[in-house]
Ligand binder design. Structure first.
Ligand SMILES: Nc1ncnc2c1ncn2[C@@H]1O[C@H](COP(=O)(O)OS(=O)(=O)O)[C@@H](OP(=O)(O)O)[C@H]1O
Ligand SMILES: Nc1ncnc2c1ncn2[C@@H]1O[C@H](COP(=O)(O)OP(=O)(O)O)[C@@H](O)[C@H]1O
Length: 199
């Protein structure tokens, strides 16, 4: 039988609302999903710069600060990806409670996990589908990983030997093979800025 844990939450005196009031904007999680090389990091970075330059409080979560640290015990099996996204979702939720606009850039290939994120963060969650055909991502091959995956040197590679389930109703859908970077950033800001405004 599973051990019963006795965890009782504290009643905090300072909550999200107080932090948002002091920051002058609402918190949110902008979640970038898409194939490797689709443009998640590139777009997220420019969106963050824009928000930061407006004086807003932001933070980027991506492979560099998560898969090299908190999630360094995880690989790319289905189970590991599910756990990867679960933990990142919990971190993003804490950051929302801290009053921050979190930009999370992860392949996050499964619909079920992205739905879990929306349930966890409710209307603070903004799903951004960074879309480009796999041929384009492979052509870009920013990190040389597609070449390695085709050569059989990397297993479970998204789009080649592991699935990517396209979002059905993302909040924002950008096509980085057709739209300019500036255009994609503007489309995201158009959705996000009204959301983080304190009325
Ligand atoms: N097997 C396999 N499949 C996909 N991607 C791989 C793989 N192995 C390494 N990489 C590199 O790791 C980055 C994806 O990590 P994520 O944490 O975003 O993946 S996931 O959300 O858990 O599916 C991804 O980074 P991005 O290119 O920035 O998307 C890859 O560079
Ligand atoms: N319109 C565009 N939007 C975003 N990235 C683009 C665009 N056109 C070309 N790129 C290039 O595509 C690559 C995307 O890489 P990256 O942002 O690391 O993707 P991901 O984080 O999804 O793996 C970069 O080299 C970027 O310069």
């Amino acid at each position: 039988m599973e051990e019963k844990l006795h965890i009782i939450a504290h009643d905090y005196k300072i909550g999200r609302a107080e932090r948002e009031k002091r920051n002058g904007h609402r918190a949110a999680c902008l979640w970038f999903t898409g194939l490797s090389g689709s443009g998640k990091s590139t777009v997220a970075n420019v969106v963050e710069q824009e928000l930061h330059n407006m004086g807003l409080y932001t933070y980027i979560l991506d492979g560099d600060n998560i898969r090299k640290g908190l999630n360094s015990d995880l690989n790319f099996t289905e189970q590991s990806r599910i756990e990867n996204i679960r933990r990142i979702g919990e971190v993003a939720k804490l950051m929302i409670d801290a009053g921050i606009i979190v930009l999370a850039a992860f392949v996050s290939p499964f619909i079920k996990d992205r739905q879990m994120l929306r349930n966890l963060m409710d209307d603070s969650f903004v799903e951004i589908f960074v879309d480009a055909p796999i041929e384009v991502c492979e052509q870009r091959d920013v990190k040389g990983l597609y070449k390695k995956a085709r050569a059989g040197e990397i297993s479970n590679f998204t789009g080649i030997s592991s699935p990517f389930e396209r979002p059905i109703h993302p909040d924002v859908h950008i096509h980085t093979d057709k739209q300019t970077l500036e255009n994609s950033v503007q489309a995201i800001l158009d959705i996000v800025l009204p959301k983080i405004k304190i009325n």
